[in-house]
Design a protein around this ligand. Structure first.
Ligand code: PHE
Length: 496
């Protein structure tokens, strides 16, 4: 069918050089104009034809017009129904709306006349036969041949609301540079076979269509961790926190442990728990000013600021050891030292980035994961401030019910584990760790005595797994992740 249409169109071009109106061609073929337009576009892209589109003013029959096209104009209908002897003006034939129009038009056209006799007025035929030109003209409009109707009469039909204006889009088609009665299928690809046989020289290639829309791209999907990180970022920034620079995965033991008053003998500093670097194994400690280094040594060995210290020797060599940072608190310690150097001012900081621990990997633990950390530094902060800000933060996360449990961190006192009630699991689950940084950490940095720092940390993976319904951490992060999971997970979730 499609081939037949194509053959018909091409052969009528061969005969007449031009198809002036594609919609006329479509009706001559008794085929929908849309299909002809599709064929025109495809033949044009192959160069067989040239097509020029334009909007043509045309007409169509109104409902009333269509009924007259079938049954005749009102005047013809009235003339036909009047017998030889005529009818009284009050007769039913003339009383209907159609009868009234028919009578007046019939009189106007001198098809009828009024015969006034003593018994009353009759309407009678004036002529023996009539030609219903209105019906003929309506038929022409219906067939798309309105050009054959004189414009004055078209205007009259319009005035009588039998036809109305329409615009239709149509193409004028002429032979193109590649005109032929049969289309040769253009090759879309250069093949190895064409190259080997040399047939590419004669081959006709399809032109590139630079307007074609491309396939949806396979890339550009955000990993769930990135999406949840964005949500955490929003919560922090809306609460007025500033993001800290977290771009150093490799850190010295000094900033990761010593500056935080974590003793050099602490088990976390064992190679079983921490990844130490072998190349370069050490970061020369000279980037830390001598006086600060000495204050850190002093507080570890002998104490100060109300503390007894650890009473064991503190070695620079231990502090110089390079490691993969084990927590984002290493970022916070650098930042707080910088703040103390710049002169104290109230500050709210946060970070979300990767940390590393030499841990046995199982369905809830990885050696590489992400931590979220919030830090607030101001004069006179108390545990009450910490509890208040944690309530605010976790409520924004969608976890309003909180409980706290005393805990221990070398760098915070007091310290609290944070538990949240999960409505889904119907139990309290641990969601983070928090505390007030010790004076043994803050005072050597140079922060004033009345300044306190409250802080908390949590993992990014656990909330993400809960939100995305993933129960094995290895399905979320690491080399075994199925990329399909990343592609398929929703762009947005309705949740916190
Ligand atoms: N650094 C802690 C951890 O690794 C979290 C924490 C941050 C605790 C800040 C107290 C204060 O879990």
């Amino acid at each position: 069918m499609a081939d037949e249409l194509e053959a018909n169109l091409l052969s009528s071009l061969l005969d007449s050089d031009c198809i002036p109106d594609s919609s006329e061609f479509a009706s001559s073929q008794r085929i929908d104009h849309g299909r002809v337009v599709g064929l025109i576009k495809s033949l044009q892209s192959d160069g067989l034809i040239i097509a020029e589109g334009s909007e043509l003013a045309s007409f169509e029959l109104t409902e009333e017009g269509a009924s007259y096209q079938q049954a005749g104009s009102p005047e013809a209908q009235v003339w036909n129904s009047i017998p030889e002897e005529g009818v009284a003006v009050t007769h039913a034939v003339l009383a209907s709306p159609l009868g009234k129009i028919g009578q007046s038009k019939g009189l106007q056209k001198k098809w009828l006349f009024m015969d006034k006799s003593s018994t009353g007025t009759l309407v009678k035929r004036k002529v023996d036969s009539i030609t219903d030109t209105v019906q003929e003209q309506l038929s022409k409009v219906l067939q798309g041949q309105h050009q054959e109707v004189p414009s004055k009469e078209l205007a009259d039909l319009k005035k009588r609301k039998m036809i109305r204006d329409v615009k239709r889009f149509t193409y004028r088609v002429a032979k193109g540079p590649e005109f032929a009665l049969q289309r040769r299928k253009a090759a879309t690809d250069l093949t190895a076979d064409m190259l080997a046989k040399g047939t590419w020289k004669e081959e006709k290639f399809k032109a590139y269509n630079f307007n074609a829309l491309g396939q949806p791209t396979a890339g550009g999907h955000l990993h769930p961790l990135l999406k949840v990180r964005t949500q955490f970022r929003k919560i922090f920034t809306q609460m007025g926190f500033q993001e800290m620079a977290t771009n150093a995965f490799v850190e010295s033991s000094f900033w990761n442990f010593d500056a935080l008053f974590q003793p050099q003998q602490h088990p976390a500093r064992d190679a079983h728990d921490t990844f130490f670097l072998t190349h370069p194994a050490r970061a020369p400690i000279c980037h830390v000013p001598e006086d600060y280094l000495n204050r850190v040594r002093q507080v570890h060995e002998r104490g100060g600021y109300g503390s007894e210290g650890y009473g064991t020797p503190w070695k620079v060599a231990e502090a110089e050891k390079n490691l993969l940072r084990t927590h984002t608190t290493a970022v916070s310690s650098r930042m707080l030292y910088k703040l103390a150097q710049e002169g104290f001012r109230p500050a709210k900081y946060f970070s979300i980035d990767r940390v590393f621990r030499n841990e046995a990997v199982d369905r809830t633990h990885l050696a590489e994961f992400h931590q979220i950390e919030g830090v607030v530094c101001d004069i006179g902060l108390t545990l009450g401030h910490l509890i208040g800000i944690l309530k605010l933060f976790f409520t924004r996360l969608g976890l309003p019910k909180l409980r706290f449990k005393p805990a221990y961190n070398p760098y915070t006192e007091p310290s609290m584990e944070i538990f949240s009630y999960s409505e889904e699991l119907k139990k309290w689950i641990e969601v983070g760790n928090s505390g007030m940084f010790r004076p043994e950490m803050l005072r050597p940095m140079g922060l004033p005595e009345n300044v306190n720092v409250i802080a908390w940390g949590l993992g990014l993976e656990r909330p993400t797994m809960i939100l995305y319904g993933i129960d094995n951490i290895r399905d979320l992060f690491g080399h075994k992740v199925n990329l399909g999971m990343v592609k398929r997970n929703p762009i947005c979730r309705l949740g916190f």
